[in-house]
Design a protein around this ligand. Structure first.
Ligand code: ATP
Ligand code: MG
Length: 169
């Protein structure tokens, strides 16, 4: 399905603005703010929307789950020659450098005790990687312990020209 990635991401984030997440440890509402830096250009990509929503959901849920109360999550959409990049940054616990390559492995969780207390299986990012790679894209993370993490998804993108519009008529 062809979607405007800009609208698609907006809709998912609007849903997160509505949902109340509960802190599994403390049992109270988890507060967070989503900052959008999506630009206003339509970026048309062909994706499996259900699957890509699952990817973004997991990264957003992780950003919330592994951040203290009141954190800001910044979601940015950029594009350059041949691809779009969606990045999701949090101000959470961060991920040790030695674990950065492993978090995309099945069942891998950085601090087993910490992660278990937060719930989940450790499959989210492994599934995300499979889905993104099935779209010929890439997924990776960057992090600074104690400061936060950024997850990046890049997808192939060809700008549409007016000629393309005519071809489809
Ligand atoms: P599931 O997604 O299956 O519910 P999960 O969130 O633990 O469980 P993944 O989404 O695959 O599993 O993430 C793997 C591990 O990577 C997490 O357990 C956590 O240790 C680490 N991690 C993922 N995202 C973040 C983040 N934003 N900040 C800090 N650590 C993270
Ligand atoms: Mg997860």
């Amino acid at each position: 399905e062809f979607v405007n990635l800009n609208d698609f991401v907006s809709h998912i984030l609007n849903r997160f603005d509505m949902i109340v997440k509960t802190d599994k440890n403390k049992g109270h509402k988890k507060k967070y703010t989503i900052k959008r830096e999506l630009g206003n250009q339509a970026l048309w990509v062909e994706i499996d929307t259900d699957k890509m929503m699952q990817v973004i959901d997991n990264i957003m849920n992780n950003a919330i789950k592994y951040s203290p109360d009141g954190g800001v999550i910044t979601v940015r959409l950029t594009h350059s020659q041949g691809h779009v990049i969606l990045s999701i940054s949090d101000q959470g616990l961060g991920i040790p450098r030695k674990d950065l390559g492993k978090i995309f492995d099945r069942f891998y969780r950085v601090d087993k005790a910490r992660s278990r207390a937060q719930g989940g299986t450790g499959l989210g990012l492994a599934i995300a990687k499979e889905i993104v790679e099935a779209h010929h894209g890439r997924i990776w993370a960057d992090s600074s312990e104690g400061k936060g993490s950024t997850f990046y998804i890049s997808l192939p993108y060809e700008p549409m020209t007016e000629e393309d519009d005519w071809d489809e008529v």
